[in-house]
Ligand binder design. Structure first.
Ligand SMILES: CC(C)(COP(=O)(O)OP(=O)(O)OC[C@H]1O[C@@H](n2cnc3c(N)ncnc32)[C@H](O)[C@@H]1OP(=O)(O)O)[C@@H](O)C(=O)NCCC(=O)NCCS
Length: 151
C-alpha cells in the first residue's frame, strides 16, 4: 500500500470511490473535471494492483486555515488505519504550509475525535460558510459536524 499522486490513470478510480459514498449521501460528490483540476491537492492510497483504496484532499482557505475534504476509504479496507494515515498526511502537508487550523465537515465525528480534532460551531468557520456553504444545496439543512484541530 502506498500514497501516490493522482495521475490520469487514477482519475476515474478516485471518481468511482467518491461516488460510491456520495450516492449514499455520506459525502459530497466530485465530478471527474473537479478531480482533474484538484489532482495536486489529492493524495490517494493504492494497493499492489493499482486499485485506489482511499483518498483525501487538502483545501487551503487562508494562510492559516485548511480543510480535509473528500476523505474516503473503500469499505473493504476500512478499520485498518488508512483513514488515519491519509488525514495525518494532509496534516503534515498543512503544517508544512504554516496552517494553524485544520478542519473537516463530517458525519464521522468520533473518527476525527480519535485523531485529535474537536467539535466546534460552524460560526467559528466563516471562511468556509461564505466561500462554499452558502452555495451548497444543503445549506439550510446541513447535518454535517464541524471538527477542528489546532496545529
Ligand atoms: C470515516 C473513514 C474515513 C474512516 O476510515 P478508516 O480507515 O476506516 O479509519 P481508521 O482505521 O484509520 O480508524 C482510525 C481510528 O478511528 C476509529 N474509527 C474509525 N471509524 C470510526 C467511526 N465511524 N466511529 C468511531 N471511531 C471510528 C478506529 O477505530 C480507529 O481507532 P483506534 O486507533 O483507537 O483503533 C471511513 O469509514 C470512510 O471512508 N467512511 C465513508 C466516507 C466518509 O464518511 N468519509 C468522511 C468524510 S469527512
Amino acid at each position: 500500500m502506498k500514497i501516490v499522486a493522482v495521475t490520469s490513470d487514477y482519475h476515474q478510480k478516485v471518481f468511482d470511490l467518491i461516488k460510491n459514498f456520495s450516492d449514499q449521501y455520506v459525502m459530497l460528490p466530485k465530478s471527474i473535471d473537479e478531480i482533474i483540476n484538484l489532482a495536486d491537492s489529492f493524495r490517494i492510497l493504492v494497493n499492489e494492483n493499482s486499485d485506489v483504496i482511499a483518498c483525501a484532499m487538502l483545501d487551503q482557505f487562508t494562510d492559516e486555515l485548511a480543510e480535509v475534504k473528500s476523505l474516503a476509504v473503500d469499505k473493504a479496507y476500512q478499520g485498518h488505519g488508512y483513514g488515519r494515515l491519509l488525514v495525518s498526511d494532509c496534516e503534515a502537508a498543512a503544517r508544512a504550509l504554516g496552517i494553524k487550523r485544520l478542519f473537516a465537515l463530517t458525519y464521522e465525528e468520533k473518527f476525527f475525535h480519535k485523531l485529535g480534532f474537536q467539535t466546534v460551531s460552524m460560526e467559528t468557520l466563516p471562511e468556509k460558510v461564505y466561500r462554499e456553504c452558502v452555495r451548497c444545496h444543503y445549506f439550510n439543512n446541513c447535518k454535517e459536524i464541524a471538527v477542528v484541530k489546532n496545529l
